[in-house]
Ligand binder design. Sequence first.
Ligand code: NAD
Ligand code: GLY
Length: 364
Amino acid sequence: MHSLNVNLGNRTYPIHIGAGLLPQANLLLAALPILRAAIVTNEIVAPLYLRALAEPLRAAGVKLTEIVLPDGEQHKNWQTLNRIFDTLLAQHCDRATTIIALGGGVIGDLAGFAAATYQRGVPFIQVPTTLLAQVDSSVGGKTGINHPQGKNMLGAFWQPKLVLADTDTLRTLPERELSAGLAEVIKYGLIRDLPFLEWLEANMDLLRARDGAALAYAIQRSCANKAEVVAEDEHETAKEGGRALLNLGHTFGHAIETGMGYGAWLHGEAVAAGTLMAAELSRRLGWLTDADVLRVRHLLARAGLPVKGAALDASRYLELMSHDKKVVAGRLRLVLLKRLGEAVTWAEASPAEIQAAIEACCHD
Ligand code: NAD
Ligand code: GLY
């Protein structure tokens, strides 16, 4: 098992990464204030992993409530959130009850938002079971749900007490979901870790073949990068750079997710197409070379990710992007690449420049 910390003063918490962690109740017990918890999961993950997590906890004396939600991004909404609250209240869960998210980023975001708001906040644990959740969404405390007008528009910062990433769970992950997770892994290389980007170029085939050592290394390195960024700018308030850099490709990608209907494109797929748009715009600003953009495109393609934008009008992209949380005083702050391995926030791109970069990425 490899462990690292997200350093946030008295809210510092560990991330444990390794094989066979799910049944190790002692790791979870260390983070429970009392022997009472509610596991939030979904209909796909429950038959695979709920028993492995719940039985050792019950054997250790933990009183458990199980909440099994429908699967999918289209359910990351108020109705599903309310189902969590309904069960917590019906089961008399009190303020010391820990909510445990068992699943991918959708479950983590929903359960985390429930934990942030139930009785004004209860303890929270993340047990991520997708690559995307293990490298990104389970770490850093962003929680929330979608609104029909925009992705992740309602939410709260609520840090977990513990992240337990069992790499064995990745064995059952569909191929397309593994690729979606690789989009966020590649992101860390592009925004702040050129040696990791080079490692990914050398090891992409091993990652897609689910080599255990390669996956564990990619998860550790991704979490280490994310933990550093979050420790420096937890609430994304830095005027320049900071945590916002973790959103490379996301402003374009969120437009694809919202515009195409939640669930049509996987989050990681939309981020991949958005990353290419950000790279193309960076090239047009004179920061990246043609060869750099080709290098990004090639790596995303080798990861099994889309390298062409969704068929939306460029004007529709701009309209959807205008709802982005990084719009400050009417100006869209994009995350762009000064060079491979170094990202910046940039509010100076004109709508025409943005539109041209989008259009260039939506044609063959
Ligand atoms: P997801 O949660 O929808 O999971 C993908 C699919 O895999 C689902 O069908 C799920 O049921 C299934 N699944 C989960 N674990 C499995 C396993 N081990 N074996 C087989 N199937 C499994 O999607 P995701 O990619 O994990 O997360 C995407 C979500 O995360 C988006 O809503 C995105 O906005 C959010 N996100 C949040 C943050 C954050 O910081 N909070 C960061 C990035 C993404
Ligand atoms: N996934 C972006 C962030 O956590 O800030």
